[in-house]
Write a protein that binds this ligand. Structure first.
Ligand SMILES: [Zn+2]
Ligand SMILES: [Zn+2]
Length: 149
């Protein structure tokens, strides 16, 4: 994703409105590796700009996604997650708290041509689900508690 200043330029050259609200969203997304939901971008932005609406957040995120500046991901955590990292990568997803982390691995799934039925694959996305380090520590503690009664 480009810097907030570059995005402002890009939006203007495409004839899209750039309001202070939208620029606030650009700043919250830039360098953000949390894969936020629209709701969490809104919650963060509203501290800086109390008048910002969730609708503005959604339309800005959709515009950025349409321009290829961010990715919209459905990782099965309830709401779409927005990723400012548009390089090819995969994800680790925590089943308990919904934490999403980038994962860089070479993903190759051995598929026999007859299984593809003439389908031409373009990309393989890997999602590894489990528990993040924080949740697995809590999980261990819970289990210890059980063991000691
Ligand atoms: Zn977790
Ligand atoms: Zn990512």
């Amino acid at each position: 994703m480009r810097s907030p200043a570059e995005l402002t330029e890009l939006f203007r050259t495409r004839g899209l409105k750039v309001t202070p609200q939208r620029q606030c969203i650009f700043r919250h997304l830039h360098g953000n590796s949390m894969h936020p939901t629209a709701e969490s971008v809104h919650a963060a932005a509203v501290h800086e700009m109390p008048t910002i609406s969730l609708k503005t957040v959604y339309s800005t995120l959709n515009d950025l996604a349409a321009m290829g500046e961010i990715q919209s991901l459905d990782l099965g955590t309830g709401s779409s997650r927005f990723d400012s990292n548009v390089d090819a990568h995969h994800h680790l997803v925590c089943n308990r708290c919904g934490l999403v982390r980038d994962l860089y691995v070479e993903a190759q799934v051995p598929v026999a041509p007859e299984q593809l039925n003439g389908f031409t694959p373009a990309a393989t996305e890997v999602v590894i689900r489990g528990l993040c380090s924080t949740c697995s520590q809590q999980h261990d503690r819970t289990n210890e508690g059980d063991a000691h009664g």
